[in-house]
Write a protein of this length. Sequence first.
Lengths: 114, 112
Amino acid sequence: AQKVTQAQTEISVVEKEDVTLDCVYETRDTTYYLFWYKQPPSGELVFLIRRNSFDEQNEISGRYSWNFQKSTSSFNFTITASQVVDSAVYFCALASGGSYIPTFGRGTSLIVHP
Amino acid sequence: SQTIHQWPATLVQPVGSPLSLECTVEGTSNPNLYWYRQAAGRGLQLLFYSVGIGQISSEVPQNLSASRPQDRQFILSSKKLLLSDSGFYLCAWSVAGFDEQYFGPGTRLTVT
């Protein structure tokens, strides 16, 4: 069985603040894949990143960065210098097991105030 | 490039009426296809997925069904809608199960 926990239901920040969205996962498989998606108010989910279990290297893409730590089963997402356009619901997901059908966390709603 | 289409964008249906939501993908062959529902509270619930024509796996028993009559067409149906079927329905595709998914714009269904 696989599980994803996003303990933060909602986070509210002021523009230019840094913010970290937490994601903790559970799986018994040694091969698995982790994802982050963004759902803006329009509703369509947008893929942000995928990591496999054998690559713990952190990733940076502009103001976005991801910290993958197998020791704590976490895959956290940090937005540096947040902007109003970052306001959205962010989902973490895990795919493992034979079918690799992903399990999504419940999402974290990020509100960035101007 | 690949594109995913979903329609209609919004739908208001009375209880007991039938439902048909369609999803099509362009620019790829033999994709994995998925139907999700997102009710109030944001969580994504996987309803069905398909790895090929005529191959449908159901994740949650309910009054909905899915079909894949063509390689890049995925249809979500119901014979009789319930109030609890209201929600935001999202179709998605991926190359394989462990690949990232690409989502359609969604259909907002309100059952009255």
